[in-house]
Design a protein. Structure first.
Length: 73
C-alpha cells in the first residue's frame, strides 16, 4: 500500500494512542467508553506503524511530504 501518513501525523497518532492506553490502564476511563477508546487507540497505533490510513484513502487525503523532483542533466 502507498503510504499516506506524514511524520507529524504519525507522531500525533502515537502520542494519542499512548495517552488512551495510559488513561485506560490507570482506570481513568473504563466501561464501554473505555473499551471503545482503547480500540480507537489500537487503530491509531496500527495506522501509525503501517504508515497508511484507510480513511485517508477513502477521502483522498495525504499528509506525506511532497517529494522533490531531481533535476535531470
Amino acid at each position: 500500500m502507498k503510504k499516506n501518513i506524514g511524520s507529524a501525523d504519525r507522531i500525533i497518532r502515537l502520542l494519542l494512542a499512548a495517552l488512551v492506553a495510559f488513561l485506560y490502564f490507570t482506570n481513568i476511563i473504563s466501561g464501554v467508553s473505555g473499551i471503545i477508546l482503547l480500540l480507537v487507540g489500537v487503530a491509531l497505533l496500527l495506522t501509525s506503524l503501517v504508515g497508511t490510513c484507510p480513511l485517508y484513502i477513502l477521502f483522498g487525503l495525504n499528509t506525506c511530504a511532497a517529494k522533490k523532483s531531481q533535476p535531470r542533466f
